[in-house]
Ligand binder design. Structure first.
Ligand code: GLY
Length: 399
């Protein structure tokens, strides 16, 4: 009996001892990452503030920071990064920049020429409203949702992502191309319905999510990048890729957008079918034989020269952020996976030393290999989702 008591006491000590060790390591990692971000992102802001124009950093090209105009699909991420920095540090200086850079995107609320208004306004004004609850941000979110809704094609039941007759996609003879990335833009519509009381935005979001479930996914729950619909008669014309390795391959960031997109759908509707679906997407991604041990995927799960293919840290960061949220929505076991991704991204293989990597946080992301663009580079959205995941992790570790 005495031995049993000693054994139980020893086991408890070991259990709690280990747990608190893990907790303190987690907290140390979070503090280290925040301190590094304060310095590194601070250097980006210094450059912007010293210039006389609005510079919005996206990536690095030929060793030069590439700044982008407000209608670029990534223009909301840097203002959103400011909001994450404010959220993570509580320092007013970040709020000042967050407000200033967010307001510079005001005119985008009227943009109807592509679907990325969801990313742009969601990451800037969406975070602004989430964090401050200032009603002046509401009107922009609702106006932007109206603009996005103009791209809804009722016959097909989806939002058209890209115009079929503009830019490089004009060469593909598509009629109504929808990319899996579009799932991320639905958050703007859900939020706009909540804020305005107008259910039509939410209805469009649900229609898009449901059509995408039926048409974008294969039997193994990997997804196509592009599905082209017939916007007059409805129905699917073709399924293919733009940024993946091949039409039948699983482009890593596309799988990440799908995971995050259906997480949003479950959060906003509480419809269990989305949670079931997202768990199947999870299984595809994290049981994949080509997923490396550090859980930072190659740019495409079917890239031909794995393991000699570039990784995509941006996809890993998007996945981590989605998984932290899912861990609070009935999938607590996913937190371990998110923690493992964050441990990798916070290590020297991916997180840059202050003053290197052109002042971006993460190294080793991929924009689009088929277009020969942004291969093994830093990207503003990798940093954005990394900080978002870090803030979610910090909140979870508090409990
Ligand atoms: N939404 C474009 C991309 O993920 O590259």
């Amino acid at each position: 009996m005495k031995n049993l008591v000693l054994y139980l006491a020893g086991s408890l000590l070991l259990m709690f001892g280990n747990n608190s060790f893990l907790m303190s390591n987690n907290k140390k990692m979070i503090t280290k990452d925040i301190n590094l971000a304060v310095q590194q992102i601070g250097r980006q802001v210094d450059i912007i503030e010293q210039s006389s124009t609005f510079l919005n950093p996206r990536t690095v090209n030929d060793n030069k920071i590439q700044y982008i105009p407000s209608d670029d699909w990534t223009s909301g991420f840097f203002p959103g990064t400011m909001w994450h920095m404010y959220d993570l540090t509580g320092a007013e200086k970040w709020k000042k920049y967050a407000v200033k850079y967010t307001l510079r995107l005001d005119s985008i609320k009227y943009m109807t020429c592509h679907h990325d208004i969801g990313f742009i306004i969601g990451c800037s004004y969406g975070n602004a409203y989430r964090i401050t609850k200032n009603p002046t941000y509401k009107a922009v979110i609702i106006e932007a949702a109206k603009s996005l809704s103009t791209r809804f094609r009722p016959a097909a039941g989806v939002i058209q992502s890209w115009d079929e007759n503009r830019g490089w996609q004009a060469k593909r003879a598509w009629m109504c191309p929808v990319i899996i990335d579009n799932m991320m833009n639905l958050e703007l519509l859900f939020k706009a319905s909540d804020l305005s009381g107008d259910a039509s935005f939410k209805k469009i979001a649900i229609s898009h999510a449901d059509q995408t479930m039926v048409n974008h996914f294969r039997k193994d729950y990997s997804c196509y990048h592009v599905v082209d619909y017939d916007k007059v008669k409805g129905g699917v014309r073709s399924k293919c890729t733009a940024q993946g390795y091949s039409n039948e391959s699983a482009w890593a960031r596309g799988q990440a957008w799908a995971l995050y997109g259906y997480t949003i759908c479950y959060r906003e509707t509480k419809d269990k079918k989305y949670l079931d679906f997202v768990s199947r997407i999870y299984n595809y991604i994290f049981s994949n034989k080509n997923m490396p041990d550090d859980l930072v995927p190659y740019w495409d799960f079917n890239a031909p020269n794995i393991p000699n293919e570039p990784r995509d840290a941006s996809a890993a960061a998007v996945m981590a952020s989605a998984l932290y949220e899912l861990s609070t929505l009935g999938k607590p076991e996913y937190k371990k996976t998110a923690d493992k991704i964050m441990e990798s991204l916070s290590g020297p293989a991916y997180l840059a030393i202050v003053g290197t990597n052109s002042n971006f946080l993460l190294m080793h992301s991929v924009g689009s290999i088929p277009h020969g663009n942004e291969i093994d580079v830093p990207l503003n959205y990798a940093d954005y989702y990394f900080l978002e995941a870090l803030a979610k992790k910090r909140n979870l570790e508090k409990h």
